[in-house]
Design a protein around this ligand. Structure first.
Ligand code: ZN
Length: 70
């Protein structure tokens, strides 16, 4: 099955990537906070340092030439 066929919508894909990247929930890459605001299109904003993170940032989905590191 092709990867793109696994998901009906882009939101499905974002939810899947989110569950891989943060299996125990969001964690801020900058300060390590687990408190966040969920924004649209897979973006999260840290409540403590207000850094905005894209769920695909730094993953295979962001740069397909790199191996998947979780
Ligand atoms: Zn933070």
């Amino acid at each position: 099955m092709e990867f793109k066929e696994m998901f009906k919508t882009k939101q499905d894909c974002i939810d899947y990537i989110t569950s891989i990247r943060w299996p125990h929930g969001f964690e801020c890459p900058l300060c390590g906070s687990i408190r966040y605001w969920k924004k649209n299109k897979g973006r999260f904003e840290c409540r403590d340092c207000h850094t905005e993170t894209t769920v695909t940032n730094g993953t295979i989905f962001h740069k397909s030439t790199k191996p998947l590191l979780i």
